[in-house]
Design a protein around this ligand. Structure first.
Ligand code: COA
Length: 176
């Protein structure tokens, strides 16, 4: 649905689930992504969640798989939309580690920002990232995000505490 130079963002399909399940069970990917402590995920559970979601009806929301040369390499989304303040949160995981550090992340984030500002008329997009996630921080800064705050020693990840960094980009900053 959203086409960049090398990256395509499109809706998640049933056929994608086996690959996404691999990503969800990769400890290095889970740790890099932050969030909850890593836990194993059964493929049946992922399928059941997908089926439940589809059965609910309505629209697919703002979640995408990231595709490169016809291969799914990860997922990204806009969520936690505040329809009064016109803000939303951004999340991204490139689950195939072979694709880390090659610019696919920043291209996906740029596509999401354009989608957020031009198509949804959001005023600000924000995100949370572990301070130790240097690769992510650099990619986000390259896309125009700035650090807005930091919760000290706020997350426990891989045997140690880390700061949680809040970053954001305003529409007018993105436009320039
Ligand atoms: C974070 C993520 C989306 C970034 O996408 P990406 O395609 O890997 O990143 P990019 O290639 O666009 O940019 C990576 C930047 O980090 C640098 N980098 C690459 N490998 C690095 C490493 N091991 N350590 C530190 N920096 C590194 C690159 O040089 C580049 O910075 P620069 O342009 O200033 O030189 C992706 O790596 C990913 O999904 N990682 C796993 C999950 C995760 O961390 N999600 C984010 C949670 S907030």
């Amino acid at each position: 649905m959203l086409q960049g130079e090398r990256v395509r963002l499109r809706a998640r399909e049933r056929d994608d689930l086996a690959r996404l399940w691999e990503f969800n069970n990769d400890l290095a990917v889970e740790l890099a992504g932050g969030g909850d402590p890593p836990m194993p995920q059964a493929q049946a559970r992922l399928l059941a969640e997908f089926e439940q979601d589809v059965a609910k009806g309505g629209r697919d929301g703002m979640s995408f798989v990231i595709e490169v040369d016809g291969q799914v390499i990860g997922q990204c989304a806009l969520f936690n939309a505040d329809e009064t303040a016109h803000t939303c949160e951004l999340g991204i995981t490139i689950g195939d580690k072979a694709y880390w550090g090659q610019g696919y992340g920043r291209e996906s984030v740029r596509l999401l920002l354009k989608y957020a500002f031009r198509h949804h008329n959001y005023h600000k997009v924000w995100l949370r990232v572990h301070a130790g996630n240097e690769r992510a921080l650099r990619a986000y800064v390259a896309c125009g995000f700035r650090e807005e705050g930091r919760l000290r020693a706020h997350v426990w990840s891989d045997g140690r505490y880390d700061d949680l960094v809040l970053m954001g980009v305003l529409r007018e900053e993105w436009q320039t």
